[in-house]
Design a protein around this ligand. Structure first.
Ligand SMILES: Nc1ncnc2c1ncn2[C@@H]1O[C@H](COP(=O)(O)OP(=O)(O)OP(=O)(O)O)[C@@H](O)[C@H]1O
Ligand SMILES: [Mg+2]
Length: 285
């Protein structure tokens, strides 16, 4: 059941928004996931979206490149409305975006080289094969994996697979990079390698970055701005200090990894309230 929470008034001005959603509502059948969200993503900055498992982070980020269409509301890229475009028109718009899917999703039957070439092929950007080889080499060098062109995903570690997925995401020199849970499933050191890469790509390529995560160490390290979703609304929006000192109990519970009353109620119903640390999201890959 929805609480009648008021969305947080944004603490920063975002007149320089490159990507924005206006009154974005998403329902799946009777299930309201996003409840009239408005958000403007600032050019050249890193915006991190946090929130508990299932709160709609992936659904939100998928709307930014219109992999999902809103039930109500609008999506804009550089002042152009994009949520109502045809798939053909979107194909063109999406060349401006790089997307790192939750789970890294490489094609297992393709080697590293072919995985990175895939979006280039898909968008018909291949002119000269030598040029493509140079491009793949340069992208792999950016993530520290030049020389791995002939490896197959199955022979790479989880961290290496994420880095290959990152090299693929930057293959078309995107202006916007979207990452969905880039550090999930990695140990703290491998996670920090990914954090450093996110920072490096933003610095060196000047890209606008949106990262979805529930890894607070990562959020604090990379974010210019952190937006927290809860019950389909934005409950907190600001820099790391704003979030750390936020008065909303839901924000404090989330950033401190405490179990909220809603979760406890579910566990009590299933008779496991004495082991509240074992929530479903702890078992994610
Ligand atoms: N295609 C879909 N059809 C029906 N329901 C969906 C679909 N995609 C997402 N949902 C529902 O929307 C809600 C939000 O899902 P979403 O994947 O955005 O969560 P999340 O915040 O990314 O969670 P996590 O942190 O676990 O990745 C969930 O209840 C999910 O079941
Ligand atoms: Mg998700």
């Amino acid at each position: 059941m929805k609480t009648q929470e008021q969305p947080e008034q944004t603490t920063q001005t975002h007149s320089n928004g490159v990507l924005s959603v206006k009154n974005l509502t998403k329902e799946f059948g009777p299930h309201l996931v996003l409840d009239s969200i408005s958000l403007s993503i600032e050019k050249g900055k890193t915006t991190v979206v946090i929130g508990p498992s299932g709160c709609g982070k992936t659904v939100l980020i998928k709307h930014l490149i219109v992999l999902l269409r809103p039930t109500l509301g609008e999506v804009y890229f550089e002042d152009r409305r994009i949520d109502n475009l045809s798939e053909l028109q979107l194909n063109d718009v999406r060349t401006h975006f790089g997307f790192l899917f939750q789970g890294g999703a490489l094609f297992d039957s393709l080697n590293v080289f072919e995985n990175i070439v895939f979006p280039i092929r898909q968008h018909h950007k291949i002119k000269d094969w030598k040029e493509v080889e140079e491009l793949v080499k340069a992208k792999l060098a950016m993530v520290g994996l030049d020389g791995f062109q002939h490896y197959f995903p199955a022979s790479l570690s989880g961290g290496q697979r994420k880095r290959v997925a990152l090299a693929r995401a930057i293959a078309l020199n995107p202006e916007v990079l979207l990452y969905d849970e880039p550090t999930t499933g990695l140990d703290p050191i491998r996670s920090d390698v990914i954090n450093e890469l996110v920072l490096k790509l933003q610095r060196e390529l000047g890209v606008t970055t949106v990262v979805v995560t529930h890894d607070m160490n990562s959020a604090y390290k990379i974010a210019d701005r952190i937006v927290m979703l809860h019950n389909g609304r934005i409950v907190a929006d600001g820099d790391a200090d704003h979030i750390r000192n936020h008065p909303h109990p839901v924000v404090q519970q989330f950033i401190n990894g405490q179990v909220g009353e809603d979760d406890l109620a579910i566990l009590r119903m299933s008779g496991t309230a004495s082991q509240p640390q074992f929530l479903p999201r702890d078992f994610e890959a």
